[in-house]
Design a protein around this ligand. Structure first.
Ligand SMILES: [Zn+2]
Length: 510
């Protein structure tokens, strides 16, 4: 296990910086580091001071990191780069490992999580970049498979046809040559193991996308028959072996490191097989489903959904951002998760799953399995349903060119009619709801002598704002009734508007 030893993360530097800079906007969930002081507005003295504080915090945290083969330590020096809204983290030449891959990506993620949590809401930074003796790691250890030519947004898939989507539920059992055995890629923690949770999300996302007409290619199977070498059911096995079984001739996909000799080489081949398979099937989009980890003291408090894209690829950033936006709407529409945190600005990074994909590609970290509440949600059907509906919606809307906008009721003018006479409740809304849309009401106050129930009305046909509900209030009353209600709309993806209060009256001629 990799343990980060830091007494102060994630709050320590944050408090120091808060005192130093008193950010004008209070911390709010949402965009990770888009709030906070832009780097270019810092004086050079302040920038230098923050960089040295970051150096100290990261040096302390890195001392607790497990070293990868070839590494002997870290010599950390950070720089804030205003043009790219980035923190460049120099790890030093002692941090150069013998091989790149899954372990290095995990280590970089842990360091970038700490750095970005420390800067959160204080300095506006989108992501972290890593250097080793002022070099990119791939300048030192070239990737045996050079990154393929990335499709740009100019060669858009045909938007009128449903998309082809490659889905990878991450990890699964792989063969480790040090243990000389099959093993999972992630630890069992808080009642779950990432390797065996993501396949459920992949399965349900595939169902959602298929029901919208999309073509889906999954890198792992959900089948339950036995994988002979492990005696385990096939759905628990990593993509590398499933792809080997269905594409035995295509060893470039599942055996892309034929010359590697390190013990975790098949774990690395597994990670690489997911984007390489997406390229092979000619997917329009690739989506990699993970659960996140923040190790060490304080890490257990880090929560929420995040997305990652390949640094520099703007089409991928837009794709990831739209998925996160729809996920936030869908997840927060479930009462139990109404405060669920989704960081809507995706983070740039250099991860093989995105880097090796030729199409817009996003890593979605559904929640933190290192946080007990997140881990509980990740294992619950209600959370999974909402999350996959949000992801499907993000992909479909992005493909169709529909923006992710807030769904809300803007106005319900007061209305009135004599008892027994039809009247119109007119509901104005904003957003791009998917139909059918359901209108629900709940009574807040009711004139004496009247009985005030709730109502539900469903609108199947797509229509623009407003929608109208026509109804008559009951006869037999002896005096005019005045009513206060709230109404809300729920769309076909389960995305709800906030409640909106309105009034109406039923008049009695006397
Ligand atoms: Zn993962």
């Amino acid at each position: 296990m990799r343990i980060i030893r830091s007494s102060t993360w994630p709050a320590g530097l944050g408090i120091l910086l808060c005192l130093a800079f008193a950010p004008p906007i209070a911390a709010q969930s949402g965009d990770l580091n888009t709030r906070g002081t832009p780097i270019e507005e810092l004086s050079s003295i302040d920038r230098e001071r923050i960089e040295r504080m970051l150096d100290d915090e990261l040096t302390e945290a890195a001392a607790g990191l497990q070293l990868i083969e070839g590494q002997t330590g870290f010599d950390i020096r950070t720089r804030l780069i205003p043009e790219r809204r980035t923190v460049v983290i120099e790890l030093g030449t002692r941090a150069i490992p013998t091989h790149t891959g899954s372990e290095l990506e995990y280590q970089q993620r842990q360091i970038s999580l700490i750095a970005l949590e420390l800067l959160r809401n204080i300095i506006a930074v989108d992501g972290a970049e890593f250097r080793y003796g002022d070099k990119d790691i791939f300048e030192i250890l070239p990737d045996p498979v050079p990154p393929p030519k990335h499709q740009t947004q100019e060669t858009d898939p045909q938007k009128s046809t449903p998309p082809k989507v490659a889905i990878a539920g991450s990890h699964g059992l792989y063969f480790n040559y040090a243990q000389n055995d099959w093993t999972a890629q992630r630890p069992f923690i808080n009642g779950m193991r990432e390797d065996f949770v993501t396949p459920y999300f992949a399965r349900d996302l595939a169902t959602q996308l298929t029901s919208r007409g999309a073509t889906v290619h999954k890198a792992r199977t959900n089948e339950t028959h036995i994988h002979a070498p492990t005696g385990e059911q096939w759905w628990r096995i990593a993509a590398r072996y499933y792809l080997e079984s269905i594409l035995p001739e295509e060893n470039g996909i599942w055996h892309s490191l034929p010359n590697a000799t390190h013990a975790t080489r098949e774990e690395d081949e597994d990670m690489r097989s997911r984007p390489l398979y997406a390229n092979h099937v000619g997917a329009d989009y690739a989506i990699h489903l993970h659960t996140n980890a923040a190790d060490g003291p304080g890490g257990a408090d880090v929560r929420g959904t995040r997305g990652y894209y390949q640094t520099g690829r703007t089409a991928d950033a837009a794709f990831a951002k739209q998925i996160l936006c729809s996920m936030k709407q869908a997840i927060r529409s479930v009462a139990a998760y109404e405060n669920w945190e989704v960081v809507e600005t995706p983070e740039p990074g250099n991860y093989a799953e995105n880097r090796l994909a030729t199409m817009p590609s996003a890593i979605i970290e559904l929640g933190f399995h290192t946080n007990a509440d997140d881990a509980r949600a990740l294992q619950q059907t209600a959370f999974r349903n909402a999350a996959v509906k949000g992801i499907e919606r993000g992909i479909s809307d992005h493909h169709a060119g529909n923006a992710c906008t807030d769904f809300r009721i803007t106005e319900i003018p007061s209305f009135s009619a004599p008892a027994g006479t039809p009247m119109d409740m007119v509901v104005h809304f904003e957003g791009n709801p998917r139909f059918p849309v359901t209108l629900r009401t709940r009574n807040v106050s009711c004139s004496q002598g009247w009985s005030c129930g709730s109502a539900t009305a469903t609108y199947s046909a797509e229509q623009d704002s407003p929608i109208t509900r026509t109804f008559a209030c009951g006869t037999g009353a002896t005096h005019t009734g005045n009513f206060t209600y709230v109404a809300w709309l729920t769309d076909a993806s389960g995305i709800k508007t906030p409640e909106f209060q309105y009034t109406y009256s039923c008049t009695i001629d006397s």
